[in-house]
Structure formats: structure tokens, C-alpha cells
Design a protein around this ligand. Structure first.
Ligand code: SF4
Ligand code: SF4
Length: 358
């Protein structure tokens, strides 16, 4: 059966207040309040944007949705786990300070920002899923314990998975450090002869997996945790992956970790994708004014995490007249693997009905 995906046109240039009001319109049109109950601990999954990133979705855009949850009598908290790669979201303390600077806290939105896997990313619980790649997955403890989730994802391109949207924000963004390492374990980069010995990858590798000799950088596969930091920082295109095989496994792993995040929360979770400021790379990039892949499209929401991502991909492809790998300039970056696997393991459906809201 096709799932319902609600869609409203929007453009970030309309202003944060209008984006907030349009989000509430979608919330009401989908009757999503039914998924949240009085006294629920409700995780509001956000991405606060890396330090100098300017294209993440700003906190005032979420004000209306937070107010809806408060009116329903839930105990909502803004949340995100810390990252494997270095940067201002690398541990719970730096991440919380950055969240406050970007308005994701009690002063900005009237509810606290709480890291769900602890300061060091080790507060976790193993959730049994009996998937194809994982019998159990390591999920952030406070995400597993809460009763309901409102996921607010910025839809963007992604360097390793084609798109970063709901499945990515939940599968990777709600896993503990161990869960993230498990998902990335198949991604092992190598260094080509384009290397200029600039040393940036060596400085940023969180696993001390990189050494430099007189000619180029080298990666120790045994130590590498596959976090892709070296790919992100190399300005010379010298770090390469065997994208095809490994990218597929990463995407399947993301779908299985999302299944762990949502286990026991059927009809207790709502997923928003913001197709605004559609950048080629995700909000983890510590880069201002990143180039856009297309003009703003709008906001979509559903109780089906697979449908909402499939609808996002379709809307972007319809708008550009191109397939995602072509848009991203890399034929191997096709998000279809996460969608197909998520559908196969029963996380949701790729079949959906798009309901337009004025
Ligand atoms: S070598 Fe591995 S662990 Fe180090 S930055 Fe690159 S992907 Fe991450
Ligand atoms: S960042 Fe790129 S060019 Fe610089 S040392 Fe690493 S692989 Fe070589």
C-alpha cells in the first residue's frame, strides 16, 4: 500500500517565520499530532550545522513544530549524536556549545539540547533487528529509551551515500560511536599518486591511520574506521574509495541502523525532509556558502521514513530533469541502495502518494 507524503512548496528566502508556519501546516494536514502522547519523552532530531557552515536549516524554522509538541504535553528535547570525524560536533561538550551558538537550545527554541549517547558517544544499547548485515545494532541510549521521535532532516547530497536525508539522519545520526564505526567499516580509502604531501589528512584522521613518507600519504587499513574525514579534507582529489562495492554496504547498514532506531516506535515517529538550500554536500561540512544543486523545492513529511526519502529524491530529480548520480557528478553515488534495502527489511515503502498542501 502506498504511504502518504505531505508536501508544501517553500523557499528559504520567504524567511524563517514562514518556513516555521508552513511546517506546522504540514504537521496539521498529516494529523501527525496523533503520533505523540502526553508525557512522552520526544526526541527532536536536528543537525545544528558545523561551525562555519551557513546552509544548514536554522533553528527558528523549527519553532512552530516544537510549540506543537509542547502543546501536546510531550517533553521534547533537541538532539543529535556526536561525529566520528574531527570538528565542533566531535564530542558532547563541543557539540552542545555549538548547538547553543546556533540557537538549538532552551534560549533559542524553549527546549534543551541533549546529546543522547553521552559526552563520548559510548552511551548505547544493542537493539536486535536480525537484519541482513547486522543481528543487532548499537543505538544511542536516550534515543532508544524515549517514546517518540520527530525527525527534522535537511535534504542534501552526500559524499558517501548519494543523499543525506531521513534514513541517514536517523541511521547514522542516532547511532552511538560504535554503531557509526560499524556502518562505515566497509569504506576503506586509499591514496593515489595525486598526493602532494600537504599533510591535511594526517592532521585530521581521528584513528591515526595515516602516515606520510617522502613521496605521499599512506592509509593503514587495519586502523582506518572509514569515517571519510580524509576525503573531505583532501583538496587534491588524492583520497579515493572503491565506491561501488563499499557504498552499497554502507547504505544497507544505514537502513538497518534506522530499523534499530525506530524499533518499537511504529506510528510514534514523524519524518520531515526540508528540501531547502539543497547543497551538494551535507551540513557536516565546515564550509560557508556551499554550492546548491537546484533551487528550493519545499518541505515534505510522512510517518514512513522510506517514502519521505523516496519522494525527496523524486522531487529533486523532477526539478532538475537529472538523476541524482548525474547531479552529484559521480555515477556511483546512487541513493537507491538505502531505499531498496529499507523497503526490503520492512522499514517502509518506496510507493507513496504525494498530497499537496497549500
Ligand atoms: S584514513 Fe580512515 S579513519 Fe583516517 S580519516 Fe580517512 S577514513 Fe577516517
Ligand atoms: S590531504 Fe590529500 S594531498 Fe594532502 S597529504 Fe592527504 S592525500 Fe595527500
Amino acid at each position: 500500500m502506498a504511504s502518504k507524503v505531505y508536501f508544501i512548496k517553500a523557499d528559504i528566502r520567504e524567511g524563517e517565520k514562514v518556513i516555521s508556519e508552513k511546517s506546522v501546516k504540514l504537521f496539521k494536514a498529516g494529523d501527525f499530532g496523533r503520533c505523540f502522547k502526553k508525557n512522552d519523552f520526544t526526541a527532536v532530531k536536528v543537525h545544528v550545522g558545523e561551525g562555519t557552515n551557513t546552509t544548514y536549516i536554522k533553528s527558528p524554522c523549527f519553532k512552530g513544530l516544537v510549540e506543537e509538541l509542547l502543546e501536546l504535553g510531550t517533553k521534547p528535547f533537541l538532539t543529535d549524536t556526536s561525529t566520528l570525524y574531527t570538528g565542533r560536533r566531535h564530542n558532547g561538550i563541543d557539540h552542545s556549545v555549538l548547538a547553543s551558538e546556533h540557537g538549538f537550545d532552551i534560549n533559542g527554541l524553549g527546549i534543551p539540547f541533549i546529546i543522547p549517547d553521552g559526552i563520548f558517544g559510548t552511551s548505547e544499547v544493542a537493539v536486535e533487528i536480525n537484519g541482513e548485515l547486522n543481528k543487532a545494532v548499537s543505538i544511542a541510549y536516550d534515543i532508544e529509551r524515549c517514546q517518540s521521535i520527530l525527525s527534522l532532516a535537511h535534504f542534501t547530497g552526500h559524499i558517501a551515500t548519494g543523499v543525506g536525508a531521513t534514513l541517514k539522519t536517523l541511521g547514522m545520526g542516532c547511532s552511538s560511536r560504535k554503531g557509526k564505526m560499524r556502518q562505515h567499516s566497509a569504506l576503506k580509502p586509499s591514496v593515489s599518486d595525486k598526493c602532494t604531501l600537504c599533510g591535511e589528512c594526517y592532521k585530521h584522521c581521528p584513528a591515526d591511520a595515516i602516515t606520510l613518507d617522502d613521496v605521499q600519504a599512506h592509509i593503514d587499513e587495519e586502523k582506518c574506521i572509514g569515517c571519510a574525514e580524509c576525503v573531505a579534507v583532501c583538496r587534491f582529489g588524492a583520497v579515493q574509495y572503491d565506491w561501488k562495492a563499499q557504498n552499497q554496504e554502507l547504505q544497507k547498514n544505514i537502513a538497518e541502523h534506522t530499523a534499530g532506531v525506530l524499533k518499537g516506535k511504529k506510528n510514534r515517529a514523524v519524518f520531515f525532509n526540508f528540501l531547502l538550500s539543497l547543497t551538494k554536500d551535507c551540513d557536516c561540512f565546515n564550509t560557508p556558502d556551499m554550492p546548491l544543486i537546484t533551487e528550493d523545492i519545499g518541505i515534505i513529511a510522512s510517518t514512513d521514513p522510506v517514502s519521505v526519502d523516496k519522494a525527496g529524491v523524486d522531487l529533486v530529480e523532477e526539478k532538475t530533469g537529472k538523476k541524482l548520480p548525474e547531479i552529484l557528478g559521480n555515477e556511483r553515488l546512487d541513493p537507491k541502495y538505502q531505499l531498496e534495502h529499507a523497503d526490503k527489511i520492512g522499514l517502509g515503502s518506496q510507493k507513496y502518494e504525494l498530497l499537496k498542501v497549500d
